[in-house]
Structure formats: C-alpha cells, structure tokens
Design a protein around this ligand. Structure first.
Ligand code: AMP
Ligand code: MG
Length: 469
C-alpha cells in the first residue's frame, strides 16, 4: 500500500507528542473500508489482507511517523491537566486531492503513555457507530472527521457488559488539534510551546489569521457554524468536553452521540451526562463556554495582557449572536425561507415548541413540511394548523419552498435504534445492516429505503447511549 505521507506534527518539539507504534493485534479483518475517501487521500490500496494489516496497526506503511498526541481538557466542566491520545495513534498526514492536509489516525490501537488506567482499545460497537455517524454527517454537509476503515482485531475487549470483540477505527481529520491541546501548554506555563502551537494552528487551518486573537475569532466562527449545523439535524454530540472540541471546527470524537427522534430541547442520551450539561438545547452555551476556555489559554502568550483580555472578551461575547445567526441560516431554509429575517426566529421556535409539546419526530416533521400532509406528524393537528397558516403567509412569495426544504431536511438520519441493530448484527458477523445504513445515509436528501425513515417503535427505542470506550 502506498500512502503519500507528508508529516508536520511529528516535526513539532518533543513536548507535543510521544513517538510510538500501535500494538499489533492477533487476526485483523476488514469490517469496512471507504474506497471513495481513500481515493481523495491519494492512497493506493492493495488487497484486503493488506488493508487489514495496515489499518490494524500491524504493518506500518512507509513514510508514517506514528505518535500519540498530548492534550488536556475540561471533562464535564472539571479540568483534567493531562489527557492525550490514550487509545489513538496518529500514523501521519497526507495532502488530499483538494490540497487539504489530513491526519490519518488509528483509534483503538493499544496503550500509550496517556492511557492512564485504560486498555487503549475499542470494541466493534463504538467503532462502527463512529463510522456510520461520521460518514452520515459528512453526507449531510456538516464538517466532521471521516471514517476510512474499520478493522476487527480478533481479540476480546473487556467492558462492563463482558467480553466484546475488539476493533480499530481509522479516522481522518483536518487535524486532531483540540481546545485541550492549547490548554495543556497554558496550564503548564509552557509559553514557547503555546506560541508554536498557535503558529501551527494558524498556518494549518486559518492562514489569514494574523495572531492568537485572530485565531480565536476564526475558531469561534467555525464552532458557531458547527453547533448550528448539529442542531439543524437534531444531533446531540453527548460529550462536548474541551478535549473533544476541534480547532478546525469539525465534529470529532463521536461517543455516546445520537440523532433525536421525538423532539425535546432538553434531550440527553449519554448515560454519563447526569446533569444534562450536554443536552440538545444546551449545546450553544457549551460551545461558547469551550471558546472561553480557548481564549483563556491563548491569552497566556500575549505581551499586552490587558489589551488582549479586552479583545478576547469581546470575541467571546460576540458568540451568542453569532450562534443565533448561524442557527437562523440553518433553520430558515428548513421551513422554506431563503431570505431569513429576525422575525423568523419566533416562527421557527413556535414550530419547535409545538413539536416538543406533541413529541413530534424531528426529522420526519421537517421533511413532511414539503408534502401535502405535514399535520399528520402531530396528534394536535389544530395547533399545527394554526402555525401553518402564519407560515404559509410568510413563504407565499418564496420562489421554491419545497425545493429548499427537500434540500435541507434529510429524509434519513442514523436513527439510534438502527445503529444499535446494526451493531448487534455486526457482532454476530452480519454486516448487511451496516451496508444498508451506509447506502441510505450516503444520499440523505432523497431517501428511497423508507423503512429507515420510520421512528422507533416502543420496543425499539434506545433510551441511552454509552460512552465510546
Ligand atoms: P473520550 O471520552 O473518548 O474523548 O476519551 C477521553 C480520554 O480518555 C482521552 O484521552 C482518551 O484517549 C482516553 N480513553 C478513552 N478510552 C480509553 C481506553 N479504552 N484506553 C485508554 N484511554 C482511553
Ligand atoms: Mg476525546
């Protein structure tokens, strides 16, 4: 296999990462491989046996410079001074066909100096969940890491549920720089490293930025767009810790994430999120909180601290309006509006309130707006009709509401119960549900596999998701 590596992170100073090879596994077998993405990355693939060897970490391809990255992070609001890649190894970077530098990382590839008490491994369930959900996110047009390969290891992993089949995900990202990467150097008072990292992040992601405050501004803008995009498809990330918050503005670290079925702004899936910190409707607040942590870290390198504090405060304070603007830009076309006005916020919120009261399905309700019978999504049809009259007046002069709505309201999303059914089948050796989901999710705006559009029945409902480990 030829991977055109062009590594830059490995050339950063010693304190940034630890060079380290993946731990070999017993009998790697390919569960899934993303040929389309491999082409974009310029990877020349051999046979499946070789794919299994390379993307299990058993065979290190020429030009790779494997390493585990250091970072810190706030987990559920509490600062953890040292995290780092505890079960991931960056193989290296390539410049893809579009000229974008991309990390190729193995996740579940064995212990590292940052593993703490963890085993450095992952099991098939979270690996395939991340594969399906990240690729679905990409097809929805939302910035995200991608999935290149999923390989089973032939080794058991021991978790609360008992022995589970091990697997490794190959993840592709614009980078794995996180808010936590800045936090670790700021916390340690390593100003030189902090400056080096700032320059590196600017050069790699925001080449127009002139200094740390410009970088902050750019990341805030990207994160505001991202959270609005998530909300527009009913996505709940689940673990928005600062170590899971990408500087490039991509969705990263899919753990106990989920797309909502019935809409409720307080919805939480993650079994470990007892306080609802990362509930659906709280995601904008958390993004802003995370950006405040980034600001705090970046400030440590500024010469004129007072001026910088003032500037950083202004940037972070501008975020609520930024998120709201992004939210309106994402939601307005979902109800057929091409030129959003401030008043439209209330119109959209009124619909969401009706959906919440009624327990209406998020995806299907929006999708039904372009049909003749959207009221069928509600038990209280009169309440919906009241809203619909005002809505019809608003969109009367719009050129093509159905076209706009069908291009922005997906017919199919990776519903939780389907993802769980897919995992159960995969563990039993049946990859057909995985293939079926991947096929449908690749064209989410014109779904033909209508059984995948259906919300879960009472017995299919998955009330909670468990952490990615
Ligand atoms: P996550 O919640 O998946 O973002 O992980 C938080 C931190 O725990 C990261 O530093 C991970 O690398 C680490 N971690 C998670 N699972 C494991 C594991 N099984 N073994 C070692 N480290 C882990
Ligand atoms: Mg993480």
């Amino acid at each position: 296999m030829r991977i055109p590596f062009d590594n830059s992170y490995a050339a950063l100073p010693d304190g940034f990462s630890t060079p380290l090879n993946p731990t070999p596994v017993k009998t790697p077998q390919v569960l899934a491989f993303n040929d389309g993405l491999a082409k974009v990355l310029g990877i020349e693939v051999g046979d499946l046996a070789e794919v299994a060897q390379v993307f299990s970490g058993n065979q290190i391809p020429n030009g790779a410079a494997p390493l585990a990255q250091l970072y810190a992070g706030h987990q559920f609001g509490n600062f953890n001074p040292q995290l780092g890649d505890g079960r991931a190894i960056l193989l290296g970077e390539v410049i893809d066909k579009n000229g974008t530098r991309r990390d190729i990382q193995l996740k579940g590839s064995g212990p590292t100096p940052y593993s703490r008490s963890g085993d450095g491994r992952a099991w098939v369930g979270p690996v395939l969940r991340e594969y399906v959900v990240s690729e679905a996110m990409h097809a929805l047009g939302i910035p995200t890491t991608r999935a290149l390969a999923a390989v089973s290891t032939g080794e058991p992993i021991f978790r609360e549920q008992g022995a589970l089949p091990g697997a490794i995900l190959t993840r592709v990202a614009q980078s794995h720089l996180r808010v936590g990467t800045f936090q670790v150097f700021a916390h340690r008072g390593q100003t030189e490293n902090l400056k080096t990292l700032t320059d590196y992040a600017i050069k790699r992601h925001y080449p127009d930025a002139k200094d740390a405050m410009d970088l902050l501004r750019a990341v805030c803008a990207a994160q505001a767009e991202l959270v609005a995009a998530w909300m527009s498809v009913g996505f709940i990330h689940g673990v928005m810790n600062t170590d899971n918050c990408s500087i490039a503005g991509e969705t990263i670290d899919y753990g106990p994430c989920a797309f909502m079925d019935a809409f409720h702004s307080g919805r939480v899936f993650s079994s470990i999120d007892q306080q609802g910190r990362y509930a659906f409707g709280n995601q904008p607040n958390i993004v802003i909180w995370n950006m405040a942590q980034l600001a705090t870290s970046l400030l440590q390198q500024m010469d004129d601290k007072d001026a910088a504090v003032e500037q950083a405060t202004e940037i972070v304070h501008a975020m609520p309006a930024q998120v709201e603007a992004a939210w309106l830009r994402r939601f307005a076309p979902k109800i057929g509006i091409s030129d959003p006005q401030p008043d439209d916020v209330a119109l959209i919120e009124n619909l969401l309130n009706l959906m919440q009261t009624d327990g209406a399905d998020f995806t299907n309700t929006f999708r039904a707006l372009a049909t003749a019978t959207p009221q069928d999504q509600f038990t209280n049809r009169d309440a919906f009709q009241g809203w619909a009259e005002i809505w019809q007046q608003r969109i009367a002069k719009e050129p093509d509401p159905p076209g706009l709505m069908n291009a922005t309201n997906p017919a199919v999303i990776p519903r939780n119960h389907r993802v769980e059914q897919m995992i159960e089948a995969a563990v039993a050796g049946d990859m057909a549900p995985f293939e079926r989901l991947m096929k449908a999710l690749s064209t989410p705006f014109n779904g033909t596999d209508t059984d995948l559009h259906r919300p879960p029945t009472q017995s299919e409902i998955v009330p909670a998701t468990f952490c990615g480990t």
